[in-house]
Design a binder for this molecule. Structure first.
Ligand SMILES: [Zn+2]
Length: 268
């Protein structure tokens, strides 16, 4: 049997993904297979193998804050990549990006300050002075679509003002809190209402920079809309036939809205 071992390189410069100028990303990650690595020779020392899938190894090259000065390459933000790759391929890219961030942020031990070393057999950094071991951070975030009869609650967040989107409510899970508690708390804090009939919908890794979005559908229970002004610019109950600009369905926010609209139209 002949070996057809292939290596797929994931290259990051600051917070962007570097690809050949000519890569047709419509073909997915296959388009970056033939990287001419000469341009990255000075970073090869720090190349890290991050995964092995059958005959393909995935290798991370992190240029850190350096930018590439070569017309044969261009770079994309992770959000641009999300809109370009399919879900499976985006998750492989996201994993590489999470690993790059993890290595950048854990050079030194948070307990004793010694230099940390990468563990070879798992995604971790280890301190040989005090035995402290750390793993990549994943920050759970809940996201919820709330309906009231045949209307859906949508809000424009302060942080997402530039997109112009009206979206579902979302927020980070706090320490020692259940996901369900976080959903009730966020909705109460951000728009002042109580909700009921929570239903788990699905989840989506969201590497901006290291979240996982956990989605729920819910129904209005009681209260008037009172907005938390620091976080929410505006929020209202929208008729499903007169929706404002909403996020695309490549995000779980878009899919939650789509599902709620579908259920309202079906009368279910
Ligand atoms: Zn230590």
């Amino acid at each position: 049997m002949t070996s057809t071992q292939q290596t797929l390189y994931f290259i990051f410069s600051d917070n962007r993904w570097v690809v050949p100028q000519s890569a047709n990303l419509g073909e997915g990650l296959a388009a970056v297979k033939d990287l001419a690595l000469d341009a990255f020779a000075q970073y090869r020392q720090e190349a890290v193998k991050i995964a092995q899938y059958d005959a393909q190894s995935h290798v991370l090259i992190d240029m850190q804050r350096d930018t590439i000065d070569d017309d044969n390459y261009r770079s994309l933000s992770m959000r641009e990549a999300l809109g370009t790759l399919n879900e499976h391929e985006f998750s492989m890219l996201a994993k590489a990006w999470q690993y790059a961030l993890f290595l950048r942020h854990h050079k030194y031990c948070g307990r004793c300050g010694s230099a940390m070393l990468q563990v070879q057999w798992e995604m971790a950094m280890h301190c040989h002075s005090c035995q402290h071991r750390v793993y990549p951070r994943v920050s759970p975030c809940i996201i919820v679509a709330v309906r009231k009869g045949d209307k859906i609650l949508l809000a424009q967040g302060v942080r997402h003002q530039s997109t112009g989107f009206f979206s579902t409510l979302a927020g980070f899970v706090e320490s020692a809190e259940s996901l369900e508690h976080a959903v009730h708390r966020e909705v109460k804090e951000e728009v002042g209402i109580e909700i009921k009939n929570l239903e788990y919908f699905g989840s989506q890794p969201w590497p901006f920079p290291h979240s996982i979005m956990v989605g729920y559908l819910a129904e209005y229970a009681s209260g008037d809309l009172v907005l938390e002004e620091k976080e929410i610019l505006s929020a209202d109950w929208f008729d499903v036939d007169k929706l404002p600009l909403t996020p695309p369905t490549l995000s779980i926010a878009g899919r939650l809205i789509e599902e709620t609209v579908k259920r309202i139209k079906q009368g279910s």
